[in-house]
Write a protein that binds this ligand. Structure first.
Ligand SMILES: Nc1ncnc2c1ncn2[C@@H]1O[C@H](COP(=O)(O)OP(=O)(O)O)[C@@H](O)[C@H]1O
Ligand SMILES: [Mg+2]
Length: 396
């Protein structure tokens, strides 16, 4: 068998503790080794039924399900496993063992999986404490082999229940290992550069995702949002927001509004592209944009005129930043899942801090092009600076 394992995980692979906690920075190989351990136990011990959990089933398909298949292939075990794509499960043909993946968001499926002998909770900070406790209770009773709950996560916030549970009041029989990308011999140089850049751009993020230290996400501007499959067909209002750019991305965002709900969809996001080409691209790929009011970066009247002369209904956006953010925050934010750049930006969009660590009321000017476009789209909801309307929205 062709098994490549980072040496830092040697003790993890052999540990039999009830709780095995792998935490630390991103890209340290936590998910990889958790998957490896489950595959190894599946082929070498029986009987077993492993349950792998993440908050949202859909995200499991793209992450852990794909990873398990990679590892099975790397280990030349393809003949040994029968894979059920629909159910996201594996059966080991040597011994009848099973590995079943389920989201916490699928309670019916979860309930139907019985006689579990091991659990891996991926991105455990996504779960509520009660979700964890329920799973913990499910792993009681007799089994022939040791019963283990593996939890993997990044230490997103020192205020998170997971810190209290495993670090402040560590339960007996717990194995804890902290790792960072520096412990992962398989990580590429490009990744190292991304991590180093994070150090300059947002130190809080660097602390959590590079150093794997308990952080605080207090500075995150939009901590609450949902992802959706597609834009709703029913809505009250819709607008387009446009942030011009050449060296920075040129971002176009479509929003629909229904009562207190805001739905957001990425239409265009690209660097080094001329205004002309974007106009042509929109005309041929999204001709419907002509019927919708566009709010664009008011600093570029020249570019706005070009769109106007092509028949687009375009106006200057209100660029008041704090007021615009408050307007966005007054809605429940829903983002289509294919809007990868919006999702990337929103996760990192944070308030600036002064040198004493006090939060300022302006965002870090980085990775904010789609965030700007989203604000601009809500221009009709943004009040002028200092007006009473802005104070009212600010209190929402
Ligand atoms: N044992 C391994 N063999 C090959 N590649 C690995 C191994 N462990 C980690 N990697 C590589 O490192 C990357 C990061 O590992 P991952 O498990 O996703 O990190 P984490 O879960 O800590 O964020 C993976 O995408 C993979 O390319
Ligand atoms: Mg991971």
């Amino acid at each position: 068998m062709n098994l490549k394992i980072s040496s830092v995980y040697k003790d993890f692979l052999s540990c039999k503790n009830r709780y095995a906690v792998l935490y630390g920075g991103a890209g340290s190989g936590k998910s990889y080794v958790a998957a490896q351990k489950i595959i190894l136990r599946t082929v070498s011990e029986a009987p077993h039924k492993f349950l792998i959990i993440r908050k949202v089933a859909r995200t499991l398909r793209e992450s852990v399900f794909a990873l398990l298949k990679t590892i099975i292939r790397d280990l030349d075990l393809e003949d040994v496993f029968k894979i059920n794509e629909t159910n996201m499960s594996f059966e080991c043909l040597l011994n009848g063992n099973q590995i079943v993946l389920s989201g916490i968001d699928d309670p019916e499926k979860l309930k139907s999986i019985v006689d579990i002998s091991g659990i891996w909770i991926e991105e455990a900070t996504e779960l509520r404490e009660n979700d964890f406790d329920q799973l913990d209770l499910r792993l009681r009773g007799e089994t022939k082999h040791y019963k283990q709950i593996i939890v993997t996560f990044n230490p997103v916030s020192a205020a998170h229940w997971i810190k209290r549970k495993f670090f402040d009041f560590t339960p007996p029989d717990t194995f804890v290992l902290k790792t960072t990308y520096l412990d992962n011999p398989f990580v590429g140089e490009e990744y190292q550069q991304v991590m180093e850049r994070l150090k300059r751009d947002n130190y809080d993020y660097y602390k959590i995702y590079a150093l794997g230290e308990w952080g605080s996400l207090e500075g995150i501007i939009y901590p609450d949002y949902e992802t959706i499959d597609k834009m709703p067909e029913y809505f009250e209002k819709e607008y387009i927001g446009m942030d011009f750019g050449y060296n920075h991305p040129f971002a176009i965002v479509h929003v629909r509004i229904d009562a207190r709900n805001l739905y957001v969809d990425e239409i265009f996001y690209q660097t080094e592209v001329e205004n002309r080409s974007v106009i042509e691209y929109i005309k041929s790929n999204h001709p419907w944009v002509k019927d919708i009011k566009i709010y664009a970066d008011s600093a570029r009247a020249d570019l706005i005129s070009e769109w106007k002369s092509e028949g687009f209904n375009i106006e200057k956006a209100n660029k008041a930043v704090f007021e615009g953010i408050n307007a966005v925050k007054s809605f429940n934010i829903n983002i289509t899942k294919h809007s990868v750049n919006i999702l990337k930006e929103i996760g990192l969009y944070a308030w600036k801090k002064d040198k004493d660590g006090n939060m300022l009321d302006e965002p870090v000017k980085l990775n904010d092009d789609a965030m700007d476009a989203m604000r601009y789209a809500l221009t009709p909801y943004i009040s002028k600076k200092g007006s009473t309307k802005s104070m009212k929205i600010g209190l929402l």
